[in-house]
Design a protein around this ligand. Structure first.
Ligand code: AVI
Length: 329
C-alpha cells in the first residue's frame, strides 16, 4: 500500500519563526520569565526527548508500553468494528503505537495510520519507519500540521469511526484550562462514535517523580537547555548555557513537576534577531515546563466536560500511568 506525506500550510515555516520570536519576547519580558514548552521540540529537542524516554528514571514511556502490551486486545475489541483510521496526535518513534497497530492488523482489519505533528522530520521518519515495519500492509498518511488543522483536513466523509491516540501524557504539559479546551476542540473535530485513547501520568511518590525529571545523566538538563540553544540558533541569541542551571521541583499545589532554567549570575543576553537584550539577575528563573500528574476523578471530569464517555481506564501493574479510552457520544 502507498504511503504519503502531506504538508499543510506551506507558509507555516515563516509563520512559525515569527511566532517563536514573538513568544520569546513576550516570555522573557514577564515576571517571572517563561518560555512555552512547545518550543522544546526542534530536531535536537526531539532527539533529546527520545533519549529521556530511554532513561531508567523516566518511567512514563515504559509504563505506557506495558499498558498497551497487556491490554491491546481489550482496547482493540472495544473499538471494533472500526476504525477506518488510526490517527496519532504527536509523532514519537512509534514503538508504543506499533503494539496497537499489530493487534489491529491481527484482527484482519485494513486501515490507514495517520500521524499528525508540526515537526516535519518527525512525521517523515515515523511514516517511513512504519512503511518498512509493516511491509506495505498498512497505509500511512503522515500529516505535517498543527493537530486541529490536521484533523480538519481528514474530512468527515466516511461513516466508519476514527480512533485517535494522544499518548505519553503530553496533555500534562498543558494547564488544566488548556487541557479542558484541548479536549473540547478534539471532540468537536470528531464524529459521534469515534474513539480516543489518552495517556495520563498519575500522582505518585514524589521521589519517583523527582528522579524522573532530574535524571542522573543530566539528559533532562540538556533537553531544557536546548531551548536556549534554539534561541541562539534561530534568533542569533548569545545564551551561554554554562551560566544557567536546571531546577526541577514538584509543585504540590498544582500537582505538577516544574522545570526552570536558573541564571547563575547577573547577566545581559543579546538576541540579535530581536534587536534587543534581556537582563537576568543572579538566581532568577525562566519557567519552561509543567508536567501535571492526575487522579482518576480529574481524568473523568476532563472527559465529561468535553462530551466524551469514559469506556475504561487501563493501568500498568504499579498503577503509575493510565491510558483512558473515551468515546464521542
Ligand atoms: C512530552 N512530555 C509529556 C514530557 C513530560 O514528561 O512532561 C516532556 C518531558 N520533560 C522533561 N522530561 C520529559
Amino acid at each position: 500500500m502507498p504511503s504519503a506525506l502531506q504538508v499543510l500550510n506551506a507558509s507555516g515555516t515563516r509563520h512559525a519563526a515569527g511566532a517563536f520570536a514573538r513568544d520569546v519576547i513576550r516570555g522573557l519580558s514577564r515576571n517571572p520569565k517563561s518560555l512555552p514548552s512547545k518550543y522544546f521540540y526542534d530536531a535536537e529537542g526531539s532527539r533529546l526527548f527520545q533519549r529521556i524516554t530511554e532513561l531508567d528514571e523516566y518511567y512514563l514511556t515504559r509504563c505506557e508500553a506495558e499498558i498497551l502490551e497487556t491490554h491491546a486486545a481489550e482496547i482493540v475489541a472495544a473499538v471494533l468494528p472500526g476504525p477506518l483510521r488510526l490517527v496519532e496526535l504527536g509523532a514519537g518513534d512509534g514503538q508504543k503505537t506499533e503494539i496497537l497497530v499489530r493487534r489491529l492488523l491481527d484482527t484482519g482489519l485494513r486501515f490507514e495510520y495517520v500521524p499528525i505533528d508540526i515537526c516535519r522530520q518527525s512525521v517523515f521518519d515515523l511514516a517511513a519507519s512504519f512503511h518498512c515495519r509493516f511491509d506495505g500492509s498498512l497505509r500511512v498518511r503522515g500529516i505535517v500540521a498543527e493537530y486541529f488543522h490536521g484533523l480538519a483536513s481528514l474530512g468527515r466523509a466516511s461513516r466508519r469511526p476514527s480512533f485517535v491516540l494522544y499518548l505519553g501524557s503530553s496533555v500534562g504539559n498543558f494547564s488544566h484550562a488548556e487541557a479542558r479546551q484541548f479536549f473540547r476542540r478534539l471532540r468537536e473535530s470528531l464524529r459521534p462514535g469515534d474513539f480516543v485513547l489518552v495517556g495520563f501520568d498519575l500522582k505518585k511518590d514524589l521521589e519517583i517523580l523527582r528522579r524522573a525529571y532530574n535524571d542522573a545523566e543530566g539528559v533532562t538538563r540538556l533537553f531544557n537547555l536546548n531551548l536556549l540553544e534554539r534561541i541562539n540558533r534561530e534568533l542569533s541569541g548569545e545564551f551561554d548555557r554554562g551560566r544557567f542551571a536546571h531546577y526541577g521541583p514538584y509543585n504540590l499545589r498544582e500537582a505538577c513537576m516544574e522545570s526552570w532554567l536558573v541564571s547563575l549570575e547577573n547577566q545581559e543576553v543579546p538576541i540579535h534577531a530581536l534587536g534587543r537584550s534581556f537582563s537576568f539577575r543572579a538566581w532568577e528563573g525562566i519557567h519552561v515546563e509543567c508536567s501535571h500528574k492526575y487522579d482518576l476523578s480529574q481524568i473523568e471530569s476532563f472527559a465529561s466536560a468535553a462530551g466524551f464517555r469514559v469506556q475504561k481506564h487501563f493501568f500498568d501493574r504499579r498503577r503509575w500511568f493510565a491510558d483512558s479510552l473515551w468515546q464521542n457520544v
